[in-house]
Design a protein around this ligand. Structure first.
Ligand code: NAP
Length: 492
């Protein structure tokens, strides 16, 4: 057993089996996936390598359980979700330990993610009973037009490794609140958080088959989930490339789809901005989770007059970041998820330097462990460099200079992505103009941390479609049904 696993208070949370139809299963028990700790390279545990057969079984259970669940009154579903929320909060420390173990982020960030994940359960526990319909005035006095909302049916969720808890509850909680059953396929690197959450959901009394978690090869399991006529909705968070592929796979069965995909967030700093606040914003939006968030600042656009001053102030802060194992005291940045991610970040930095960028700090692997990368600031980056187009997904702040508002907007929008954007200025008028002009689903105005359960999270362009969280978050898990009641005069 890995020594860090011994930190767990409740060892039942470390699951090495999948939850299918209310049973914890390992398939034939012959094929396993090793779950690695990215900080040490050591094996934490194994989870089963299930496949198409078990995915089909999970769908059958989800159909049966989902029918019953959809008839449970919304207030009762709400009470069960509330109980689940309370259990997640009660086990916050253990869930955070599991998260840091499998994902690498500092323990303080892992705790914050567990609270963030729990907040979606709480939010949708409360939102479910408010899933209202409408009465629409009719032109015919003897007719009434009514709209009701009903659960979509069986849902599938495919989630990424960067927020192994948050991305699960953001999909599962609205599905359950709306009366849908759901099957989750977590990322191969980080299945333990999803399994632990499912264990607590079971303890909370969520009925068998309503929430299931399956681990195994994503292609085989994904092919079953996307092609099944019984699965009525897929919610995917991950790369744009895989999102496009899954959308194509879902097309023949015309599934409802939510796609939360990649980003290339611009962070615009005008010369009238409060620079200290803007620096805080970059630190929050760029270096959280070692730069591995979809809303991470990817391009820092700084008005030319203040570019050099801003760059050196930022470098002074960035070079102080403490890098290492997420369990070590004071560590602010953990490792990248794997070697491929580490190599990709280095190649983006090398290409930027080849295009004329100057390295103010970092720019190389960090000595703390093989997957750690030095927090990096690159100044005067050319918009022709690859780093301007690609999602960095690493702790590299790339600064570009611009002359005026028009150029800032043009540069900011010159990307296929449209997830988040950030604007720093003291001018209210400019904040409005720029926010309206940016082609993004979410904008931080003098704010670097913008996501919470109460607001709609999602993007446009190649960042996908659909919204998670907020009162809009239930929409993706419900269908509108229109009832036309006519002949009200028939008994006159
Ligand atoms: P990824 O490679 O697209 O993987 C995401 C999930 O898709 C994983 O569970 C993966 O499973 C699965 N998957 C991969 N290929 C598949 C296939 N052919 N069929 C079915 N499932 C498949 O992305 P990632 O590298 O894990 O995550 C990083 C990306 O997610 C970034 O682009 C980031 O911006 C994006 N992201 C977006 C948001 C948002 O809300 N917009 C939030 C977080 C992350 P395996 O790992 O088991 O192969």
């Amino acid at each position: 057993m890995n020594s860090d696993v011994r930190q767990l208070t409740n060892h039942e949370l470390l699951r090495s089996a999948c939850l299918i139809g209310g049973e914890w299963v390992v398939g034939r028990g012959e094929d396993w996936i090793e779950v690695l700790n990215p900080s040490t390279g050591g094996t934490i545990t194994t989870v089963p390598r299930l496949g198409a057969l078990e995915a089909e079984q999970a769908i059958e259970h989800a159909v049966t359980a989902g029918k019953k669940w959809s008839r449970v009154p919304a207030t009762e579903r709400s009470a069960l979700l509330r109980r689940w929320f309370e259990l997640v909060r009660a086990h916050e420390e253990d869930l955070a330990i599991l998260l840091t173990l499998e994902q690498g982020k500092p323990l303080a960030e892992a705790r914050a993610e567990i609270r963030y994940a729990a907040s979606y359960i709480e939010w949708f526990a409360e939102e479910g009973p408010r899933c209202y319909g409408d009465v629409i005035p009719s032109a015919d006095p003897h007719t009434r037009q009514i709209v009701i909302r009903q659960p979509v049916g069986v849902c599938a969720a495919i989630t990424p490794w960067n927020f192994p808890s948050g991305m699960v509850t953001r999909k599962v909680a609205p599905a359950l609140a709306a009366g849908c059953s759901i099957i989750v396929k977590p990322a191969e690197q980080t299945p333990l958080s999803a399994l632990a959450l499912a264990f607590l959901a079971e303890r909370a009394g969520i009925p068998a088959g309503v929430l299931q978690v399956i681990t195994g090869p994503s292609r085989a399991i994904g092919a079953v989930l996307t092609s099944s006529q019984d699965v009525r909705k897929l919610s995917f968070t991950g790369s744009t490339e895989v999102g496009r592929l899954l959308a194509a796979q879902c097309a023949p069965s015309l599934k409802k789809l939510s796609l939360e995909l990649g980003g290339n967030a611009p962070f615009i700093v005008f010369k009238d901005a409060d620079l200290e606040r803007a620096l805080d914003g970059v630190m929050q939006s760029k270096f959280r989770n070692a730069g591995q968030t979809c809303v991470c600042t990817n391009r820092i656009l700084v008005q030319r007059e203040i570019h050099d001053e801003f760059a050196s102030l930022l470098a002074a802060r960035v070079q102080d970041l403490r890098v290492g194992d997420g369990f070590s005291d004071g560590v602010e940045q953990g490792p990248l998820i794997d070697k491929a991610a580490h190599d990709r970040v280095q190649s983006l930095v090398d290409d930027a330097v080849a295009h004329g960028a100057s390295v103010l700090c970092g720019g190389e692997p960090h000595s703390a462990s093989p997957l750690c990368y030095s927090p990096t600031v690159l100044a005067q980056v050319s918009s022709g460099a690859r780093i301007a187009r690609d999602e960095i997904f690493g702790p590299v702040a790339a600064l570009y200079a611009f002359s005026d508002e028009r150029e800032a907007i043009e540069l900011a929008n010159s990307t296929e992505y449209g997830l988040a954007g950030y604007v720093y200025t003291r001018s209210l008028a400019r904040a409005w103009r720029v926010s309206e002009a940016l082609e993004c689903g979410m904008i931080g105005i003098n704010a670097g941390l913008i996501s919470s359960a109460s607001v709609p999270f999602g993007g446009i362009k190649q960042s996908g479609y659909g919204r998670e969280g907020s009162r809009y978050g239930l929409d993706d898990y419900t269908e509108l049904k229109y009832l036309c009641m006519s002949a009200l005069d028939s008994e006159l």
